[in-house]
Design a protein around this ligand. Structure first.
Ligand code: CP
Length: 311
């Protein structure tokens, strides 16, 4: 693996999941692999899990970690040929090359604006680092994708499934803030690669990018979609077609213990209790959200390991 910016960078997903599960059993087996190697983690947005799990993963491999909250640094210009006489102090061309002097790989978190669809979909922040940095780039959630989360989700399903082909449902949930589509996009792409019976349920108007959903079944009837599910992944996203808008906050779509049935409950976290999902689900024994969060370490670790092996 040369970079990890999308799931397409993974040569063999099922092999990577197996390798992550082996690393989880023996997390310090490769503790010398990353000796004298540094990952610089750049955060344009907040994080709890991604920041700590990626740092832990790097340290398990013996790497050094440097973290920069980008808002504390110079305001970056991403456009080519601009006259930088307003508020931007440093161009990405220099910044990415300079950070590459201090890093053996660069991990970036940069959310979408949810205002300008074309600009968000260009992934200009992540792709500018890919273009100008001279070291591998890791996506820690970009405008359209969260591949580290999707890998942790796949590891969790692989660990817990009792069936060869479990039924997995991605169920939209209400939320008071307009949220990105990135987690849902990557989860869908991951499920399309696994041996699962997968469908998506959301209210009309919340259709995601059809280039991502492709032939995945979409059911506007949540109750019907959830029938006999083994795993229910709950996530809010704002409208893709009416870009970045909240179309409704219909509380009927909140996940409840009754609707969950016998399925395991999944969510990437953070989650708003009693808006996205009721307490009884999160506090019950069908919730696997903590295991998912734990698996973020081993998803990051297997990715960093493969990048280190290709340096
Ligand atoms: N799930 C996830 O990416 O969590 P953070 O935003 O806290 O990193």
């Amino acid at each position: 693996m040369k970079n990890y910016t999308t799931l397409k960078d993974i040569p063999n997903i099922s092999e990577l999941i197996k390798e992550a599960i082996l690393l989880k059993m023996n997390p310090f087996e490769y503790s010398k692999l990353g000796q004298h190697k540094t990952v610089v983690m750049l955060f344009f947005n907040s994080s709890l899990r991604t920041r700590l799990s990626t740092e832990k993963a790097a340290k398990n491999l013996g790497m050094d970690v440097m973290i920069l909250n980008v808002n504390d640094a110079w305001n970056l210009e991403f456009e080519d040929g601009t006259v930088m006489n307003v508020d931007k102090s440093e161009h990405i061309k220099e910044a990415a090359q300079v950070i590459s002097q201090y890093a053996d790989m660069i991990a970036v978190r940069a959310f979408p604006s949810l205002q300008d669809k074309a600009k968000d979909e260009s992934e200009y922040i992540l792709n500018s680092f890919k273009k100008y940095a001279t070291v591998p780039i890791v996506n820690m959630e970009s405008a359209t994708a969260h591949p580290l989360q999707a890998l942790a989700d796949a590891i969790t399903i692989s660990e817990l499934t009792e069936k060869k082909t479990p039924k997995v449902v991605l169920s939209w949930a209400p939320h008071p803030k307009a949220l990105p589509q990135a987690v849902a996009n990557s989860f869908i792409e991951m499920m399309q690669h696994l041996d699962v019976d997968f469908c998506i349920t959301h209210p009309e108007g919340y259709e995601l990018n059809t280039e991502i959903t492709q032939n995945t079944p979409i059911n506007y009837n949540q109750e019907a979609a959830l029938q006999d599910a083994d795993f229910v992944y709950v996530k809010n996203w704002s409208s893709y077609n009416d870009y970045g808008k909240i179309l409704n906050q219909d509380a009927k779509w909140m996940m409840t213990k009754e609707k969950l049935g016998k399925a395991k409950f999944m969510h990437c976290l953070p989650v708003r209790r009693n808006v996205v999902v009721e307490d009884a689900v999160l506090d019950g024994n069908q919730s696997v959200v903590i295991q998912q969060a734990n698996n973020r370490t081993f998803a990051a670790q297997v990715v960093l390991k493969q990048l280190l092996e290709n340096l």
